[in-house]
Design a protein around this ligand. Structure first.
Ligand SMILES: Nc1ncnc2c1ncn2[C@@H]1O[C@H](COP(=O)(O)OP(=O)(O)O)[C@@H](O)[C@H]1O
Ligand SMILES: O=P(O)(O)OC[C@H]1O[C@](O)(COP(=O)(O)O)[C@@H](O)[C@@H]1O
Ligand SMILES: [Mg+2]
Length: 366
């Protein structure tokens, strides 16, 4: 039986996500109750690397008490630069993994709780391979991690998008317009599909179902011909037409990030529709990071809190290289490898898509 850990560290990596602070709070509360100290690593794992400007600080129950419902992460995060492929300006990427491990050892960290998506858990796995005890906590608003039935942040994002659709509907109704809403979802259309159904969309375009602009235009005209004067289209940022490419937009890289990211699918779809039916009046809204910021829903706080507590329980049981995973009604642990093995995509032939079609929603695919 391994001796119980005396010191845990917690880090949040990848894109921020509503519920991260609830995980941090839960880890600190449960660990302190068990007499375990918790260190918070700032900016992903950068806090364990010299010269990054980020550091490591002790987290106390008093400090985390007010953060349960706060969006973002009080530890900061990064979705650039893995510690194993560190970038300094134009120099080739270098491996700083062993430096990170040495620093963690010097600080007396027995277990690292790493909260993040597939990229972060790939980092967890490599740290575990190099000897660190790591427990992963899954996070993604895209809901594309296969190793857990659900992830916190997704429900909050779906609520934000649904609220946006409710607002777009009133202006669409007033102006007899077709409103196109571009939402997040790089490789998976979960946000578009859930919010599209909940928000009463007429067309939903997702990465898993390449569409034809002609079919989208035809289905819109059918909707509008059936006595409706407006329509709502939800477009996942990662969707593409049959044989087409996803759209990218330029961003300021800050020296280390990419110079372009996914974006512009909504505008592209508007242009494609206009090319077929120029008589339609179209407006495009891209929701962007609004759907990732702000207060988590009650359910996401609950899920995040349970994942945090179970991560500490797993540490107390002496588990290593595992991911805490929601498998309703329980939170369980699964091998960390499962987090990176396969992405969870929408099943184009699954019941959810069938139910959407049952509501008359078009995917523009046939
Ligand atoms: N803890 C971390 N420290 C430094 N960089 C990280 C960390 N976690 C993730 N990253 C970087 O962010 C990328 C994406 O991480 P991921 O967790 O998949 O988040 P997202 O899905 O939001 O992009 C990783 O490939 C890696 O480059
Ligand atoms: O914040 P950035 O770097 O622009 O990243 C945007 C991307 O991150 C996400 O918001 C979040 O993805 P995850 O929640 O899976 O980490 C994607 O939907 C989006 O494409
Ligand atoms: Mg990812």
């Amino acid at each position: 039986m391994p001796s119980p850990p005396r010191k845990l560290a917690i880090a949040t990596g990848g894109g921020d996500c509503p519920g991260l602070n609830a995980v941090i709070r839960a880890v600190v509360l449960r660990a302190h109750a068990a007499g375990i100290e918790v260190l918070g690593v700032e900016d992903g794992l950068n806090g364990l690397l010299e010269g990054t400007g980020a550091t490591v600080r002790a987290l106390t129950p008093i400090e985390v008490a007010p953060i349960l419902g706060r969006g973002g992460t009080v530890l900061g995060t990064t979705n650039r630069c893995s510690p194993f492929a560190w970038r300094d300006g134009k120099a080739p990427p270098r491996d700083r993994g062993d430096e990170l491990l040495a620093r963690a050892q010097a600080l007396g960290i027995d277990v690292l709780i790493n909260v993040g998506g597939d990229g972060s858990q790939a980092i967890s796995l490599e740290l575990a391979r190099r000897g660190m005890t790591v427990i992963g906590v899954p996070k993604t608003i895209d809901n594309d991690l296969d190793a857990t039935v659900e992830t916190f942040g997704f429900g909050t994002a779906v609520q934000v998008v649904t609220d946006a659709l409710d607002r777009l509907r009133t202006t669409a109704e007033s102006h007899d317009r077709t409103m196109i809403l571009e939402v997040m979802g790089r490789h998976a259309g979960w946000i578009a599909l859930h919010s599209g159904i909940a928000g009463g969309a007429d067309v939903i375009l997702i990465p898993e179902l390449p569409y034809s602009p002609v079919h989208v235009a035809r289905d819109l005209m059918r909707t509008l011909g059936a006595g409706r004067h407006f329509a709502l289209v939800v477009v996942a940022e990662g969707c593409a037409c049959v044989g087409g490419e996803v759209s990218h937009k330029a961003v300021a890289s800050g020296g280390i990030g990419p110079s372009s990211i996914l974006g512009g699918a909504g505008q592209r779809v508007a242009e494609e529709i206009a090319a077929v039916v120029p008589e339609l009046e179209l407006r495009v809204t891209a929701l962007g990071h609004i759907q990732r910021g702000g207060t988590p829903t009650a359910y996401d706080r609950l899920l995040a809190s349970r994942l945090g507590v179970e991560a500490v329980e797993a540490a107390l049981r002496g588990e290593r290289s595992v991911l805490v995973s929601s498998q309703p009604p329980d939170i369980k642990t699964v091998p960390l490898e499962l987090a990176v093995k396969k992405m969870r995509a929408v099943d184009p032939r699954g019941q959810l898509v069938a139910h959407a079609r049952g509501l008359g929603i078009s995917f523009g695919d046939a």
